[in-house]
Each structure stands twice: as C-alpha cells, then as structure tokens.
Design a protein. Structure first.
Ligand SMILES: NC(=O)c1ccc[n+]([C@@H]2O[C@H](COP(=O)([O-])OP(=O)(O)OC[C@H]3O[C@@H](n4cnc5c(N)ncnc54)[C@H](O)[C@@H]3O)[C@@H](O)[C@H]2O)c1
Ligand SMILES: N[C@H](C(=O)O)[C@H](O)COP(=O)(O)O
Length: 346
C-alpha cells in the first residue's frame, strides 16, 4: 500500500468480549489520541468488534461521551462484527468463540489487502476458541497459519527494570507447547531460522542495524558440559555456529537462571529463550503491564499486550491499559520503520 507515515491506519482487534479486551482498547485508544505530542495524532484506526458491545463497555467505564467524540472525529471507525450471543463481562461463552476468530480474520485480511498498515490485538481466551472444536493455541500460531508463514517467532519486550531507557526483548524458540514436548521441538534448523527471523525483523521493523542476540541453554546450567542434558552440545551450539557463520551476532548458550541481569542484558538487543516460561517469567516480572508482544517473521505487523483476558476485571474500570498503549505505540513505530526501510530499498 502506498502510504506516508501521516496516513497510517491501524486495525485493533478487541479480543475476548467477556474479558478486558474491549475495555483496554477504548481506554488506550482515547488516551493515545488525547496525549500531547502523541505519535498517534497522525494515525487513523479501525476498531474491530461488536458495535453494541463497545458502546455498552464505554458506558460501564464512564467514557461513553469521549468514545462518541472519537467516533465523530473521523479518525476512528468501527468494523462491526456481530457477537454470537450477548456478552456479560467476566462470563465466557463458547458461542462467542467464532466471533473472536471473525474479528481476527478481518484484521488479517485487511492487512493483507492493504486496508491496514498493521494490527494490534487485545487479549483473547484461547480455551474458548479451542472449546468450539477449532484447534487454536494462540494468535501467534493462528497468524502463521492464516498467512501461510512456515515459521514465526514470538517476542515480548518492555523497559529494562534496571535501565528504563533500554528495552528488554525476549524471543521464544517454542511457544504454546506442553513442556513435555519442548525438548523434541528444538532442533538446530529451527534455532538457525529463528535467529535469522529475529535479526531480520529487528533490523527492518525496529531499526537496529546489527542486532546482538543472546541465547539461553535449555537445561539447568546450560547442560553442565553434557552432564545435565545434551541439547546444548548437540543442538544449540551447532545452531549458534551456523548463525555466526551466516554473519549474525549471536552468543551463548547461557544458563537461563543467571542471564537476566543487567551485566549481560546491557550488551544485547534480544534474548532468545528456549521455551515460554523460561523467557517470559523473568520478562514479565520486570515489565508486566507495560510490555508488548510482537510476532516476528510475518508479512504483516502485529503487536499485542503482555497480559491476558483478566476476566475478573472486565467492565470494572480496574484493568490497567498501559500495555495496550505500548502495543499501539509499537505498531506505529514498526510501521514507520518498515515504510522507511521500503523507501530506502526503492
Ligand atoms: N495476547 C493474548 O491474547 C493473551 C496474552 C496472555 C494470556 N492470554 C490468555 O488470557 C487468558 C487468561 O490468562 P491468565 O489468567 O494466565 O493471565 P492474565 O494476564 O489474564 O491474568 C493474570 C493476573 O494478572 C491480572 N491482570 C491481567 N491483566 C491485567 C491488567 N491489564 N490490569 C490489571 N491486572 C491484570 C489478572 O487479573 C490476573 O490476576 C488465557 O486464556 C490466556 O491464554 C492471552
Ligand atoms: N504467550 C503470550 C503471553 O504469555 O503473553 C500470550 O499467551 C499471547 O500469545 P499470542 O500472542 O500467541 O496469543
């Protein structure tokens, strides 16, 4: 799509209707549009979801007049997708599983057909969709499948606890897998491919010219020279050697329990962790509520929040929306970075 940064249009998917997705979408969007000097003053938005649900949630949160003003401003449109059944905040209903996917599909199709420059996703409840009989483990895997991308990489990022100006970025070699399946899923080609995807996207969408990537081991103490597991020797070190031979700045494997400290992180742009909780527990301890989730390797830009549906908080006004604001900002920054990279290539 021919565009300038001034004409960016973002899609926002409102996620699980019984969760805080609709709440934080409305609150974050209004806050970003009203913030002085916000990068968002140049953007327009399409909020994808049920129009009545959004109006009801705005009323519950006491922001109905501001929401109406945003709609009247011409900068915010709703792409109406009807709910399967009316929604009560906090109460999941599998009859709305298909709705959540229809919302997501509109954003994916819109990005693929040039209606949107990127998509920002509010959290969804994976189990509700899976309970409808559709195999679903997360946005990341669904986006890969829907866009025909064989390999994508989940990366979460947030301000480093010890250096607020520096970002902590943690990418995952495996995503939503039972722990029992993790070791078998990690192969040398998978890791080499993941390292290339991370380096490519950090260059193209984050403007980092030569990304420095630290890689964790899989086993305690990175395998203790093979005495506590052989994956480091047989799988991870060969992947690091291959990636280094390909010209990437990669180091490791490091014991995951001691890697997440400023001494190591200050010289890195990203950590590649082997599995979900190995990488996300330390990241979320430091950044929960302010971080973002990005899918690397996709032909489209997708950012999201660092938290889930928080059913207990839906409609109460007590959900924090800082992560959703960060996801909106990141999508704008990434879209601009990609447009610049495209212009430079042209
Ligand atoms: N991007 C996504 O779509 C995404 C991300 C993470 C989890 N999930 C899904 O969300 C569902 C619930 O997951 P969970 O219970 O493990 O995690 P959760 O993040 O929903 O909740 C964990 C705790 O954090 C609190 N919390 C979460 N977000 C908050 C916010 N914005 N403000 C204040 N408190 C907040 C909750 O109240 C709860 O106490 C699961 O189905 C999970 O798969 C989706
Ligand atoms: N793994 C993510 C997290 O812990 O925040 C979350 O489940 C979202 O995953 P998707 O973006 O694939 O839905």
């Amino acid at each position: 799509m021919a565009a300038t940064a001034a004409s960016l249009r973002l899609a926002i998917t409102t996620g699980e209707p019984a969760g805080i997705g609709p709440d934080i979408t409305l609150q974050a969007l209004l806050a970003e549009m009203e913030a002085p000097g916000s990068a968002h003053h140049a953007c327009t938005y399409t909020v994808i979801g049920d129009r009545t649900l959004l109006a009801e949630r705005a009323a519950l949160l006491g922001i109905a007049p501001a929401w109406q003003r945003a709609l009247d401003s011409g900068r915010v449109a709703i792409a109406h997708v009807p709910l399967g059944v009316p929604c009560i905040p906090g109460q999941l209903d599998t009859q709305n599983g298909a709705y959540v996917l229809a919302v997501l599909d509109e954003a994916i199709d819109g990005c693929q057909h040039g209606r949107y420059h990127g998509m920002v996703t509010a959290p969804l409840q994976k189990s509700v969709i899976a309970d409808t009989g559709i195999a679903f483990t997360g946005h990341t895997e669904y986006l890969a499948e829907r866009t025909g991308t064989p390999h994508v990489v989940m990366m979460l990022a947030g301000p480093q606890p010890a250096h607020a100006n520096a970002m902590l970025r943690v990418a995952l070699a495996t995503t939503h897998l039972p722990l029992r399946a993790v070791a078998d899923a990690i192969t040398t080609p998978l890791l080499v491919d993941a390292l290339h995807i991370i380096a490519h996207d950090l260059r193209r969408r984050f403007g980092l010219p030569k990304p420095r990537i630290l890689v964790t081991g899989l086993n305690p103490h990175a395998g203790e020279q093979g005495h506590l597991g052989r994956e480091e020797i047989d799988v991870i070190i060969p992947a690091l050697q291959q990636a280094a031979a390909d010209g990437l700045d990669v180091r490791g494997p490091y014991p995951a329990d001691t890697l997440f400290q400023p001494r190591y992180l200050q010289d890195a742009d990203c950590v590649l962790a082997m599995y979900h909780d190995q990488g996300l527990a330390p990241l979320k301890y430091g950044t929960f509520g302010h971080g973002i989730n990005v899918t690397l390797g996709l032909p489209l830009i997708r950012t999201s929040v660092d938290h889930g549906t928080a059913l207990d908080l839906a409609g109460t006004g007590r959900a924090e929306y800082g992560s959703m604001r960060a996801a909106l900002q990141a999508a704008v920054d990434m879209a601009r970075c990609e447009l610049s990279a495209r212009d430079a290539t042209a």
